[in-house]
Design a protein around this ligand. Structure first.
Ligand code: NAD
Length: 388
């Protein structure tokens, strides 16, 4: 394996968590004999500061010829007052669009060691969470026209949401294919009680299911209903299919149920193997530059990359096994901390996971420098492969 990977760390905690993901990738290369050529480029607020553009031409050009992209997070209060078309977050939207990455996969899975960190009732959390959120990424309201005009002496804002049949067809197929590999169930989310886009969405999703995936069990659920069901019984979901904005909002809720937004990875994919891999968290300006962010979502994004873009299954599993071992042994960043566990920084968490990936000997050497947890993870993991 000889892969060309563009790395965009971005703003806030992006550089901190992506550095730990790069550390994990480096040890995978060392252990399995792969060469990963990493090239760093800028996007987001830091790029605005240095070049005036949130997505400089050389960054986009590099992404368009890379085997895949590792992305951190962009944005922050410093750039919030810029006109909408210039804000850092536009970088990611443009990259997804230009790279043709229309499907965002977010595995929302609760590690059993972290039941206590979930805001769910203990009896609900104990059932676990294991769903794949498939979110449409390059259509809908985020890509429509956005206007604020003066009308009748006051400002009036509008955002256009539109979806074509072909945009819905391809994301529906992604969700059904995913369900074939999992438990064969898809819940399609809409607001068909009020939105035309949702009516078309529902009609097209059902047509694809009927004509191409008759063995998949398809259920419709209104967005407000699934928001409640996620709190009540998240275990019922297998694959959840949503349009762009609803997916954004629902994944924020769903990931928090697993304990922390810092735990969840994601992949943005199109028709080929190229993808953008990123933790789903934002730039978290409130904890930036303190070395306390949770890097696990970024590290698990590398596992998704190895599996989806490069077909390196053992390598991906080695990362997941490493994460499990560190959680099993009771090491925690502050966002998932609980009694009896040992608090570690962002970089120490990355170091422990990299050590666990490389060898038991290396892991024990790093762990010996830390205090010993008095209570190990409340509930130990099963096999790493059970997680993704
Ligand atoms: P956020 O995800 O940055 O933070 C939400 C909360 O979760 C904060 O309290 C933060 O401290 C915490 N948190 C986030 N990641 C964490 C981690 N790895 N470990 C521990 N705690 C973590 O969302 P936000 O506050 O709504 O947004 C902040 C900025 O990030 C905004 O400018 C927003 O536009 C941007 N953003 C960027 C992306 C992206 O680049 N993909 C995604 C979401 C938000």
């Amino acid at each position: 394996m000889n892969a060309k990977i563009v790395v965009i760390k971005g703003d806030g905690i992006g550089p901190e968590t992506v550095s730990e993901a790069m550390r994990a990738l480096a040890v995978i290369g060392k252990r399995f004999g792969h060469t990963f050529h990493l090239q760093e480029y800028e996007a987001g607020g830091c790029a605005i500061d240095h070049s005036g553009s949130c997505l400089p031409d050389d960054t986009l050009a590099a992404c368009l010829v890379a085997d895949c992209v590792l992305f951190g997070a962009v944005g922050g209060p410093k750039w919030d007052s810029l006109p909408q078309h210039l804000v850092p977050e536009r970088a990611l939207l443009t990259m997804r669009d230009k790279m043709g990455l229309y499907a965002n996969l977010r595995p929302i899975k609760m590690f059993p060691q972290l039941y206590h960190a979930s805001p769910l009732l203990p009896q609900v959390a104990a059932q676990g969470i294991d769903l794949m959120l498939v979110r449409e990424l390059t259509g809908g309201i985020y890509f429509g026209s956005h206007d604020i005009v003066l009308r009748g002496g006051q400002s009036v804002a509008s955002d256009l949401m539109s979806y074509s049949e072909s945009e819905i067809e391809r994301i529906a197929r992604t969700a059904f294919e995913m369900a074939k590999k999992r438990h064969g169930r898809v819940v399609s989310v809409d607001k068909s009680d009020v939105l035309s886009c949702s009516r078309l969405w529902k009609e097209v999703v059902h047509r694809i299911a009927r004509d191409e995936y008759p063995s998949i069990q398809l259920t419709d659920m209104l967005a407000d209903s699934i928001a409640m069901q996620l709190m009540r019984n998240p275990w019922q979901f297998d694959v959840v299919l949503t349009e762009n904005m609803l997916g954004d909002v629902l994944s924020g809720e769903a990931c928090m149920l697993t304990g922390s937004i810092g735990m969840i990875p994601s992949a943005s994919l199109g028709d080929g193997t190229v993808g953008i891999y990123e933790p789903i968290h934002g730039s978290a300006p409130d904890i930036a530059d303190q070395n306390i962010a949770n890097p696990i979502g970024a590290i698990l994004s590398i596992a998704m990359m190895l599996r989806s873009s490069f077909g390196l299954l053992s390598e991906a599993e080695a990362i997941e096994t490493g994460v499990n071992r560190v959680l099993d042994d009771g090491y925690r960043t502050v966002d998932i901390m609980s009694a009896g566990c040992v608090p570690v920084s962002c970089s120490k968490m990355g170091e422990l996971i990299a050590g666990a990936i490389l060898s038991s000997q290396m892991y024990r050497k790093i762990a010996r420098t830390l205090p010993q947890p008095s209570v190990q993870g409340s509930k130990k993991s099963k096999k790493a492969a059970d997680f993704f």
